[in-house]
Design a protein around this ligand. Structure first.
Ligand SMILES: Cc1cc2nc3c(=O)[nH]c(=O)nc-3n(C[C@H](O)[C@H](O)[C@H](O)COP(=O)(O)O)c2cc1C
Length: 177
């Protein structure tokens, strides 16, 4: 299966980078074709709501890293979102990518699975609620099916998440995807 993993952290060796690494390790081991897009290290300009894409066959006025990602998104059967919690939801880096789905809404809609991996400092019920709601709404809007969610609460840093079972769970999810 073709899988696109989109990460949203500016920490190359952070908590969510580890979750992405482990998921990809598991998925690759069982033969999946995984493309990784680290949004924080790419050039992704925010959507400016100009409407150009609507009348120009999905072409965007921005000429940036989304050009290479769009092809991968369109051909992938599964899209995996990996993000740290920033103020109760996904990071701005990955949200900019999601907003740019706008140019391809119709082409992206339907027939895909999605997964969500996240990590946060907090561990109370509210910590991930905003992200979960947003993720569910995005999937509903795009007619994608949720294939799994891993929410690593109480994980402010790499050395903490390494002491938990979350990295291994991400690996197992990848192997069983
Ligand atoms: C700007 C910013 C906002 C954050 N907001 C939250 C938050 O609302 N709730 C929370 O539990 N942790 C919050 N955190 C902590 C991160 O989610 C946490 O440290 C996470 O493990 C970072 O992931 P990373 O190492 O992959 O970058 C925030 C961190 C930053 C830098």
């Amino acid at each position: 299966m073709k899988i696109t993993v989109i990460t949203g952290s500016p920490n190359r060796k952070g908590t969510t980078a580890l979750l992405a690494d482990k998921f990809i390790e598991g998925a690759t081991e069982v033969g999946h074709d995984v493309y990784r897009f680290d949004a924080a290290f790419e050039n992704v300009k925010p959507c400016i709501s100009c409407g150009y894409c609507a009348s120009n066959d999905s072409e965007c006025v921005h000429k940036d890293s989304m050009s290479k990602l769009n092809d991968k998104l369109l051909e992938s059967e599964m899209i995996v979102f990996v993000t740290p919690i920033y103020y109760y939801t996904m990071s701005a880096q990955i949200k900019a990518v999601v907003d740019r789905f706008h140019a391809n809404n119709a082409k992206l809609s339907g027939n895909k699975k999605a997964m969500l991996f996240a990590a946060a400092y907090g561990s109370d019920d509210e910590t991930m609620e905003g992200l979960e709601k947003t993720y569910e709404a995005i999937l509903s809007y795009l007619n994608w099916n949720n294939a799994g969610v891993l929410l690593a609460k109480g994980c402010p840093a790499r050395e903490v998440i390494e002491t938990t079972d979350y990295p291994n769970l991400a690996y197992e999810i990848g192997k069983n995807v």
